[in-house]
Design a protein around this ligand. Sequence first.
Ligand code: NAG
Ligand code: NAG
Length: 409
Amino acid sequence: MSEGVRQRRPLQTDGNVVHEKPKQPAKSISWKRALCVSFISCIVALPVIIYLLPSPIEPVAYSMPDPPSFEGPLAPNDHLQKADRLYENKILGPESLVIDGDHLYTGTDDGKIVDIHKGTIRTIAKLGRDPCGRFEDEPTCGRPLGMKLDHEGYLIVVDSYLGLFKVNVATGDVYLLWPSTAPINGKVPRFLNDLYIMPDGLIYITESSTKWQWRHNRFNLLEGNNTGRLISYDPKTNITTELATGFAFANGIQLTRNGDALLICETTTARIMKYNLIGPNAGKVEVFADNLPGLPDNIRRSSSGGYWVGFAVIRRKEQFSLIDFTAPRPWLRKLVTKFLSQESIMRFIPKYGLIAEFNDKGEIVRSLHDSTGTKVPDISEVEDHDGVLFLGSYGLPYLSKLYLQRIKN
Ligand SMILES: *[C@@H]1O[C@H](CO)[C@@H](O)[C@H](O)[C@H]1NC(C)=O
Ligand SMILES: *[C@@H]1O[C@H](CO)[C@@H](O)[C@H](O)[C@H]1NC(C)=O
């Protein structure tokens, strides 16, 4: 053993040639080692850096059944391609629609409430104040969403940011009923969405999230938390009540035909919930329709005895669904939002137009598609009126109109 050590030592100190030779490999070894060390530290540091990068959302896990197959009443057709675009580039994001005789009222992305009458668009009112148009301006500009006529002919409007309003459609006078600065059960409304007016005047309102605002609706979706709630407002007493909580993105609301319950679209989880108004289950929330073919937006009565629902994003068995894939993987949603903005995330969602009609049991009886997503890619609301479907959209720069006659076989 000691012999081996002795034998090596002389070799290393054996003159210039021998002395210089080992120097070169030593240099390249240390260079390689440095490279290696920095590579490894990169590999180790990268996840740490990514982990430390802030994400705007705190996602929670949720689960959905396997998406439905597009067959039977969901079989694809291109009926929605037969729709006409109205007022293209003259109206931005007509989300909710009210039809009264030959007037059509809607609210736009730039905070206006407009009356469309015999082909002309007239601004009746603005609920917020200028400037409008930029992301930063939205909370003060306002975003009118759900609207309905009350029994005296006033237009009752929820502005997602500003609160509940009453508008005289003839004069344009605006009355603030409930400002969003006033808390409801300790929490100020942040993301009001839709409303329904009962025959006795009581108004039911959905609030999509008590954390995020309308302009962050994608974050609300990606977070997947159930901070949405159902509120009532009594115009006689000016009293608001928080009736139910725990909705994952409460959206459209509609009274059932027999008046026994409110149907509430729950966007994140692709369901329609039912809030019972009468009977032993009054005040309780149950599922009305589950595993929908997309994320539901507004719900309105159909002319054939059911309900129309518009969908923003679709989910189908035959196609990879990003929404379903990330539902049980909150870490993935967190990761993605560290690098991508709300808008860039939406680019991964394929464009598709879909509306579906439900019966009173919560079953889909028919559906109309635009499978290319070129005509009407996202539909927020369907107004079924005199053989015509008017299709609203929160983001498109037009209204769409489909004559039901055109889709008869
Ligand atoms: C209703 O009550 C709220 C909260 O107190 C108040 O801010 C609002 O002005 C009231 N609305 C009416 C119409 O009196
Ligand atoms: C989800 O919302 C509830 C309130 O409804 C809140 O207590 C909880 O902290 C939220 N979860 C996360 C991860 O933010």
